[in-house]
Design a protein around this ligand. Structure first.
Ligand SMILES: [Zn+2]
Ligand SMILES: [Zn+2]
Length: 176
């Protein structure tokens, strides 16, 4: 674990979402200081794919990793849609043990029928994905246990029901 976690907005991320993420991270990573960066980063055009109106998740994550100083872990929250070759979209991305993580609001801000969701629901979803991706950034892999935040989810329904809890195994790995 690092000394702290930095929450970094990329693009116009609502303050309510940043605060919801910070609050949830303080609860799930209890002994870690969580700060929210005041200055928003503008996402790099080099990672944008105009034909898809999406950012390449890996390029955006590489850019986040390169910009952060390494003392704290970083979770960047992008008000954007991201994808990787082979996937239509992703909720977030991190490399195991890298200390940096990316989440994207592009597929969290609507329900399955396309209707926009409320700010509290968007904040909850962003928070759950942030806890999950930071888990990867701290070295955790996916976990199959029901109720563990490290379960792989690619639909918003299960994310809505998550509570941000690590199972006993994942928690002990985090503290190791
Ligand atoms: Zn994952
Ligand atoms: Zn687990």
């Amino acid at each position: 674990m690092t000394q702290g976690i930095r929450v970094q907005p990329v693009g116009a991320v609502p303050d309510a979402v940043l605060l919801a993420v910070a609050r949830a991270l303080r609860s799930s990573y209890a002994d870690t200081r969580v700060t929210v960066a005041g200055r928003r980063w503008r996402p790099p055009a080099s990672a944008y794919r105009p034909g898809r109106e999406q950012y390449r998740a890996d390029l955006l994550l590489d850019w986040v990793c390169a910009r952060h100083d390494g003392a704290d872990a970083i979770v960047a929250i992008a008000n954007a849609d991201i994808y990787e070759p082979g996937y239509n979209f992703l909720f977030g991305l991190s490399y195991i043990g890298s200390g940096c993580a990316l989440i994207a609001l592009g597929h969290l801000d609507r329900s399955d029928n396309g209707a926009p969701v409320t700010r509290p629901r968007l904040g909850h979803r962003a928070a759950m994905i942030a806890i999950h991706e930071l888990g990867h950034a701290y070295g955790l892999d996916h976990c199959k246990r029901r109720g563990c935040v490290m379960r792989y989810e690619d639909q918003v329904g299960p994310v809505d029901r998550e509570r941000g809890q690590f199972c006993a195994d994942c928690r002990s790995q985090l503290l190791a």
